[in-house]
Design a protein around this ligand. Structure first.
Ligand SMILES: N[C@@H](CCC(=O)N[C@@H](CS)C(=O)NCC(=O)O)C(=O)O
Length: 229
């Protein structure tokens, strides 16, 4: 039995980041589905991790929060032989960590702002905040598209921690701000990510849940469970 438990939700973008990493690193964890909408479950979870954000890894009773730290922990203590998401070379590792940060802060964050807005009651929507989030996404797309020139993965030659962050961030971001014709490299990178087996398997586990995603109107039909179309 695995010593690892991951508190997660199948729709959560940050949980996808860690599910992809578990798959790439060949690590087994018990997946514990978290329903933060349930008051009792939420207070039990807050007792475990007071910020209440998911996912949370628990390793032999020790809670490990924050996806980038979770993935570093998995790499250091649990990765299967020859499996890696962070290069050994310190400069290459720094490049991977930089792009992990850029995706979390400049794609995930504005994408989450768009989702949060859709969860508000009609009269409390923040049109200006959403317009700013869209602008932030467009700036990030332009930066990433330019950076991808001549690259397969976003940092270094191999699929890395940065690509684990990129896949779910872009997956949900395009439902709010689709790629434009000038983002051809980014669009091709997105397709590479979606076709990469660990990412495809992570998207697969979420298919039955996408009907509950607030931004589902922007989600390509190919991602829905054929049984619910
Ligand atoms: N910096 C955190 C962000 C985690 C995060 O924002 N998780 C979202 C789900 S994708 C969450 O817990 N949302 C629930 C809430 O805010 O109540 C990480 O990398 O783990």
């Amino acid at each position: 039995m695995s010593t690892l438990t991951l508190h997660y939700h199948p729709l959560s973008s940050y949980c996808h980041k860690v599910l992809i990493a578990l798959d790439v690193l060949g690590v087994d964890a018990e997946l514990r589905l978290l329903n933060l909408g349930d008051a009792a479950e939420r207070s039990a979870y807050i007792a475990l991790w007071p910020l209440g954000k998911m996912p949370l890894l628990v390793d032999q009773g020790r809670p490990i929060p924050e996806t980038s730290i979770i993935i570093e922990h998995l790499q250091r203590h649990h990765a299967g032989p020859g499996r890696t998401l962070i290069p050994i070379d310190p400069d290459q590792a720094l490049e991977v960590r930089l792009w992990d940060r850029l995706f979390d802060l400049h794609v995930m964050t504005p994408m989450q702002a768009c989702t949060a807005d859709l969860l508000r009651p009609e009269g409390e929507r923040d049109a200006l905040g959403v317009a700013r989030a869209h602008e932030s996404l467009l700036s990030a797309y332009a930066l990433i598209d330019q950076h991808l020139d001549g690259r397969t993965w976003v940092a270094g030659d191999a699929f890395s921690l940065a690509d684990c962050a990129a896949a779910p961030a872009l997956f949900y971001a395009v439902t709010y701000v689709p790629f434009a014709p000038q983002h051809a490299r980014l669009a091709a990178y997105f397709d590479r990510l979606m076709n990469h087996p660990p990412v495809a398997r992570t998207v697969d586990q979420a298919r039955p849940w996408f009907k509950f995603y607030p931004g589902r109107n922007g989600l390509a039909r190919r991602f829905f469970d054929p049984a619910v179309l």
